[in-house]
Design a binder for this molecule. Structure first.
Ligand code: ASP
Ligand code: MG
Length: 423
């Protein structure tokens, strides 16, 4: 017997039929003798719809009331899943965020979980009742409903798993695991049986949209065993206990698995960045600080940065990327400070993509960056900016070359599965 948290995303919860499928999966886990808590998302598209209503009602909406509205999507699905389980003869009840409660702090619409009260929840689970918990929602210190930021149900699930000391947190979605790259781009992409927290963190933050990045960070910090797997399976499919999905594990556990050490684990792409070039910035101490401090104060995340060596007249160009959603704000901020910073022109480009190769193998293999640059060069793909971490190399390229770059790199690092035709 184990204690399991099962989380189902919006596509898994979209409508009566799908909720019935989910209830079946839950029932099977319970029948296997496990104590089960289920965390659910709103039906696919529902949160967007609710956000739209808030905007229509009041473009300058009060985040506290926004939370009241958008948290309702999960209230509906948690109740419906409990009802469906009951219809199958399964004991089940819902526990809303304020009922547990899930205590949160900081701002509405992007609250953070501080603690979760689990006594009553555990008692109910131990009595054989399935606990159904709406993801995404919590309670503020002053007693109001909060939400955790878009995609926050993953974080709810991991936080519940940590709080109840679950043996595993299974995140059910519409894909059967984490792939070496986007299978819609590369038919030869391979499902990973295991991936480390750090790799998953990097992959999640650079565009592999399987899990909310925050949830991976939390799982790593709390040591929660997370499995990503599909809810779209037949009744006779292997049970979650046989680990049919992708397990996210610690470095130590990964080493223990003694898998052939790969240089690169996965390749991600992200088209949501924009590139900014400031030309003819004076090449003197404080110049870059004058650019990046105001952006940081405005909570605009700068990712890749290139500053050329000064050319004639002691001037240099500075290139960097920001999220596309923040481009207009960044541009306005910089324009305001044109005098202080002393640049000549701002050039922006949203037709860029960031391609990242990720793998803990980078710590022990040399030449991974060289392979990346050579492979891209051979296909005539120009690299506009580069950034690296200990286990990741990212390059910025023309957005039109995204698919080509991902395919070329997937092959170059030996990730293609055999027996599937190349496209
Ligand atoms: N329903 C929320 C959203 O769409 C939370 C989630 O599904 O994770 O962002
Ligand atoms: Mg999600």
């Amino acid at each position: 017997m184990a204690r399991i948290v099962m989380k189902f995303g919006g596509t898994s919860m979209a409508g009566t039929e799908r909720i019935r499928r989910v209830a079946n999966i839950v029932r099977r886990q319970q029948a296997a003798g496990h104590e089960v808590a289920v965390v659910v998302s709103a039906m696919a598209g529902e949160t967007d719809r609710l956000v739209g209503f808030c905007r229509e009602a009041n473009p300058l909406y009060d985040p506290a009331e926004y939370d009241v509205v958008v948290a309702s999507g999960e209230q509906v699905t948690s109740g419906l899943l409990a009802l469906t389980l009951q219809a199958m003869g399964c004991k089940a009840r819902s526990w809303l965020g304020w009922q547990l409660p899930v205590h949160t702090k900081e701002a509405h619409a992007k609250a953070r979980i501080t603690s979760i009260e689990v006594e009553a929840l555990l008692a109910s689970m131990q009595s054989g009742e399935v606990a159904v918990i709406p993801g995404f929602q919590g309670l503020s210190a002053d007693g109001r409903v909060t939400t955790l930021g878009r995609g926050g149900s993953d974080t709810s699930a991991v936080a519940i798993a940590a709080a109840i000391g679950a043996d595993r947190c299974d995140i059910y979605t519409d894909v059967d695991g984490v792939y070496t790259t986007d299978p819609r781009i590369v038919a030869r992409a391979r499902k990973l049986e295991y991936v480390t927290y750090e790799e998953m963190l990097e992959l999640a933050s650079v565009g592999a949209k399987v899990l909310q990045t925050r949830s991976v960070g939390l799982a790593m910090k709390e040591g929660v065993r997370v499995q990503v797997l599909s809810s779209f399976v037949d009744d006779d499919a292997p049970s979650a206990d046989e680990l049919p999905g992708t397990m996210i594990v610690s470095d130590v556990e990964m080493e223990g698995l003694k898998m052939e050490s790969q240089q690169v684990t996965g390749i991600a792409h992200d088209k949501n960045d924009a590139r900014i070039v400031l030309t003819r910035v004076p090449d003197r101490p404080g110049a870059v600080s004058g650019i990046f401090s105001p952006l940081a104060e405005a909570a605009i995340n700068v990712d890749m940065i290139i500053q050329n060596v000064g050319r004639d007249k002691g001037e240099t160009d500075v290139t960097f990327t920001v999220p596309q959603a923040d481009l207009a704000r960044a541009q306005a901020l910089l324009e305001d400070r044109r005098g202080e910073i002393g640049f000549n022109r701002i050039i922006t480009d949203t037709k860029v993509a960031k391609i990242s190769v990720v793998g803990v193998g980078m710590r022990s293999h040399a030449g991974i960056a060289a392979t990346m640059f050579r492979s891209l060069a051979e296909r005539g793909i120009n690299v506009q900016a580069i950034s690296t971490s200990e286990i990741k190399i990212s390059v910025l390229i023309d957005e039109d070359e995204t698919e080509l770059a991902v395919r070329v790199l997937h092959t170059a690092y030996g990730l293609d599965v055999e027996g599937v035709a190349a496209e």
